[in-house]
Write a protein that binds this ligand. Structure first.
Ligand SMILES: Nc1ncnc2c1ncn2[C@@H]1O[C@H](COP(=O)(O)OP(=O)(O)O)[C@@H](O)[C@H]1O
Ligand SMILES: Cc1cn([C@H]2C[C@H](O)[C@@H](COP(=O)(O)O)O2)c(=O)[nH]c1=O
Length: 215
């Protein structure tokens, strides 16, 4: 039976890598899939992993209708066995419902990958709908770590090196950015997210609870 699976984790937890591996393994067994993403850091219509792999993908837009799109593929005589959907937190709730309908009514597997919460620790609408509708939620197994060594659970946004809790929900960016970058992200444990204690703050304060060598 087809499934809607949501592979969720923080930024930098290996989701895009797993998306590429998932596509590879299914394609290697002769299945035909479509790869989607939205606002990947590598640019439009690309799915990129920090491990260096990058492939072409279909860019999801506000008006993308997954149901119509798959119907058009099938009418053109092209098989669709599965969908790989990266950055699924950016999809609308309606688009997540279209994905669930494809699973239930057309028996297409949907593998969705995305972060759950934004920089304010609030669920993205697409992630919330996935939590509500998915057959399975899979947590990524190799977590990004907070600077203190604890499992990273929350995504912090910095603007000019300072952690912020105000701003647009969607601002494409990376965890690898220089601390003074205009917009950058850092994965923290909840305790340090709540205290707004990024690596930079901990280093400046010479934090007593630092477990890792901050360099
Ligand atoms: N140079 C490296 N060597 C080994 N693993 C790396 C390297 N760079 C990144 N990674 C791994 O890649 C992960 C990020 O993968 P990626 O698929 O881009 O994450 P996500 O899509 O969740 O943001 C990191 O957590 C780390 O485990
Ligand atoms: C927390 C948070 C993240 N984003 C953006 C930043 C990145 O472009 C993507 C996440 O990509 P990844 O492959 O999981 O690293 O989401 C955002 O727009 N708003 C946020 O609050």
């Amino acid at each position: 039976m087809a499934e809607l699976v949501f592979f969720s984790g923080t930024m930098d937890s290996g989701k895009s890598t797993l998306a590429l591996q998932t596509d590879h393994n299914h394609a290697a067994r002769g299945r035909t899939g479509l790869i989607f993403t939205r606002d990947d850091r590598a640019g439009a219509a690309r799915l990129s992993s920090r491990l260096g792999l990058e492939v072409d993908a279909r860019e999801v837009a506000d008006d993308t209708d997954f149901w119509e799109l798959v119907a058009a593929e099938r009418q053109a005589g092209r098989l669709v066995d599965y969908l790989v959907c990266d950055e699924a937190q950016f999809y609308s709730p309606l688009q997540i419902e279209q994905l669930a309908r494809l699973v239930d009514e057309v028996e297409i597997d949907v593998f969705a990958f995305g972060i759950t919460t934004d920089f304010r620790t609030r669920l993205f609408p697409g992630a919330a709908r996935l939590f509500e509708l998915a057959d399975r939620i899979e947590e990524l197994q190799v977590p990004a770590l907070c600077w203190c060594g604890a499992r990273g659970t929350h995504n912090a946004r910095t603007v000019g090196g300072v952690m912020v809790l105000e701003g647009d929900q969607v601002v494409v960016g990376d965890v690898a950015g220089a601390p003074e970058a205009q917009v950058a992200y850092e994965v923290l444990c909840r305790r340090h997210h709540m205290r707004r204690m990024t690596t930079d703050v901990a280093r400046r304060q010479g934090s007593g609870d630092a477990l890792l060598d901050l360099g």
